[in-house]
Design a protein around this ligand. Structure first.
Ligand code: DGY
Length: 322
């Protein structure tokens, strides 16, 4: 019989990650990648010393309260931890970790893709080609905007935001940002600090959202703040849908109060997103794939394993968030 601690893995992980996990732990895997209900999750957790979930599994206070006493840790396969009630975990002395850094490059790539897709009307263009409705070329056909040389506003110049800023400089964009406090120039580079979100919005042609979802950022981009943006402005979100008020954004896009949006994350994802987005031509939509590269998904898994190994060796895990 194995004395290895048991880890409940809630989704199918890359093969290399599952293999590596099995070197140090006994595993309860999910080879069919089924999305568990809370009841199923709790039932499976009864046989586990730790859980390795994704953001698709929710751990509100009620669920954390029902976790068996033997569950010592929730080692997330995600950087975002808004799906876990961290305070409830602290109270129950369940350690919570995440996987920062390793997905910054992949997520920054998607942010740039969204900027370009929204600015250059990629959804519309692709639909025309696929539906065989592309019949002509003219100087007025499918004219979009360039991002080159524009002002990029980064809301939350953290790990991902800093990579986006570096990539954007390749497009000769000038970088502006808002954080609660200004960063040291080592991290901010020549990015211009704005003390308020409102000030940032007014100074921005392309807004890229990178702040985490939290009660403080819920619905932060609302109708009042959207009204502060330029009529041609582009809004890009690779963080979490909750930061944006969807009714307000859909109305602003419909009315032409802002130019376009590129969204990888949504309230109600995957199947209950705001229906207005599906009807609009001036949005470029992706299905939450910011970290979806082979390289990054492996690295996220290895990082979660490192955290678990530290926890079960009685050490402080590198990425503890609670
Ligand atoms: C993250 O890591 O937070 C990504 O959004 C996937 O969950």
């Amino acid at each position: 019989m194995s004395n290895k601690p048991v880890v409940l893995v809630t989704r199918k992980l890359p093969a290399a990650v599952e293999q590596k996990l099995a070197e140090s732990f006994a595993t309860i895997l999910n080879p069919d990648d089924k999305l568990y209900s809370t009841e199923e999750l709790l039932e499976l957790a009864a046989g586990a010393d730790a859980i390795l979930p994704c953001h698709t599994e929710k751990f509100p206070a009620e669920t954390i309260a029902q976790l068996p006493a033997r569950v010592k840790a929730i080692a997330n396969f995600s950087v975002g931890v808004d799906h876990v009630d961290l305070e409830a975990a602290r109270q129950k002395q369940v350690i919570v970790t995440n996987t920062p850094d390793v997905l910054s490059d992949a997520t920054a790539e998607i942010a740039i893709l969204l900027m370009l897709g929204a600015a250059r009307r990629a959804s519309e263009g692709e639909r025309l080609v696929r539906s065989q409705q592309w019949k002509d070329w003219s100087p007025a056909f499918m004219v979009g905007r360039q991002i080159t040389g524009k002002r990029l506003g980064i809301l939350g110049l953290g790990r991902v935001g800093q990579v986006v800023a570096r990539r954007a400089r390749g497009f000769e964009m000038t970088v502006h940002y808002h954080n609660r406090t200004p960063l040291h120039p080592d991290q901010a580079g020549n990015a211009v600090y704005h003390a308020s979100v409102e000030e940032l919005l007014a100074a921005t042609d392309v807004l890229s959202i990178h702040c985490p979802a939290s009660p403080a950022t819920q619905g932060l981009i609302n109708s009042e703040r959207l009204a502060m943006m330029h009529r041609d402005a582009i809004l890009v979100n690779t963080s979490r849908g909750g930061v944006v008020d969807d009714d307000a954004l859909v109305s602003a896009l419909q009315a032409g109060d802002i130019g376009a949006a590129g969204l990888d994350v949504f309230n109600g994802e995957p199947d209950s997103i705001h229906p207005g987005y599906r009807q609009l031509d001036n949005v470029f939509l992706l299905p939450h794939i910011g970290s979806a590269t082979v390289e990054t998904r492996d690295a996220m898994g290895f990082r979660a394993i490192d955290n678990l190994i530290a926890i079960f060796n009685g050490e402080e895990p590198g990425d503890r968030v609670a």
